[in-house]
Design a binder for this molecule. Structure first.
Ligand SMILES: [Ca+2]
Ligand SMILES: [Ca+2]
Length: 349
């Protein structure tokens, strides 16, 4: 053995005088004395939970100055060494591309022998999570536009014209189908998902086979439909995303029954200030329900009691063996200017 002999196991009195220019050399010497026996493998890791695709720093802390290192990381899929390091570097950088649990083994050797240190499930790697754009705001900053968004998806006015026709899930709306019954179709008319089991369907009377003569919607040609449960009554919930209510805001929408030949469609409208479970809603329509006429009818509800609050609204369909209910143009904001309702009539087929 060569070099200066240090007393590695009792700190020299001058050891950690930080003002001394060579204190770091003392520290290095203290940690890496010339080996006198076989090594003891020890290592450190920079984190125990990582996002897939990020780097892990492994640090050799073994005793008795190993002269070779061999790192084994399992599973091996998606494991790559970075920053010029390899599986035989004392302090490698490892990129972990895949989610899962990883075990790490360090095998070290010196002139006197070898040792291994295995840490099973040493690291948990999780998939990255991204927030959906919610309260999106744009700020013009010189020639740039800064976008900012919160984690919550927020309700925006919906005319149902931008969804595919005859689909059973759409936009940010939550549905709860409590009755779990099949629904009625319309004799001699067909469309995708006719007779669906569920709550609501996007519906365009110009795209059924054949098209429905005289079909009119408050906006565009597409609306939202709730067909009646073949095993009545309906118990179907349409629940909005979160809405931030401003002073003077109203909730408005249009509703229409396909026909009144089997009785009219029945709805309740509710507000929640806590969440989107059906139990969170307080109904703001008169008990026990409101009947929806067979011509397009505007509904408007004052939200001033909720100004400054975040709310959710719902429409609860409690029809009893009628036929089909249509909605369009859900809106939260200043009241719409009136007048157009008189020009809109649904002609039953
Ligand atoms: Ca249902
Ligand atoms: Ca529409």
């Amino acid at each position: 053995m060569q070099g200066t002999v240090y007393n590695y196991y009792s700190k020299p009195t001058q050891f950690l005088k930080f003002g001394e220019t060579n204190w770091i050399n003392y520290l290095i010497a203290f940690q890496n004395p010339p080996a006198t026996t076989a090594p003891t493998a020890i290592f450190g890791i920079s984190g125990q939970e990582l996002t897939a695709g990020s780097n892990l720093q492994l640090t050799d802390l073994s005793l008795q100055s190993p002269t070779s290192w061999s790192w084994t990381i399992t599973p091996t899929d998606g494991v790559t060494f970075g920053s010029g390091t390899t599986a035989n570097s004392p302090n490698p950088v490892v990129n972990l591309a895949n989610a899962g649990y990883y075990s790490i083994n360090l095998h070290v050797a010196n002139a006197f022998g070898t040792d291994d240190s295995l840490s099973t499930y040493a690291v948990k790697v999780v998939e990255p999570t991204l927030d959906l754009p919610g309260e999106l705001s744009a700020t013009i900053n010189s020639n740039n536009v800064d976008l900012d968004w919160g984690g919550d998806v927020m309700f925006t006015d919906d005319n149902f014209d931008n969804y595919s026709p005859f689909v059973l899930s759409f936009g940010s709306w939550k549905q709860v189908d409590v009755d779990k019954s099949q629904t009625y179709g319309i004799t001699n008319y067909t469309w995708p998902n006719s007779g669906y089991t569920g709550s609501f369907i996007t519906f365009d009377g110009t795209k059924t086979t054949p098209a429905i003569t005289g079909w009119v919607a408050p906006s565009g040609t597409q609306v939202l439909a709730c067909f009646d449960a073949a095993t009545p009554p309906n118990n179907d919930w349409l629940i909005s995303a979160k809405v931030k209510v401003k002073a003077g805001d109203v909730l408005s929408f249009y509703g229409c029954s396909l026909t009144d030949s089997y009785g009219m469609e029945r709805i309740q409208v509710g507000i929640s200030t806590s969440g989107t479970e059906t139990a969170n809603f307080t109904m703001i329509t008169p008990n026990p329900y409101v009947e929806v006429p067979k011509t397009w009818t505007a509904y408007q509800f004052d939200l001033s009691a909720y100004a400054g609050q975040d709310i959710y609204f719902c429409v609860h369909v409690v029809s009893n063996d009628a036929w089909a209910l249509f909605f369009d143009d859900f809106h939260v904001g200043a009241p719409n200017s009136g007048g157009r309702l008189n020009r809109k009539h649904y002609h039953s087929c």
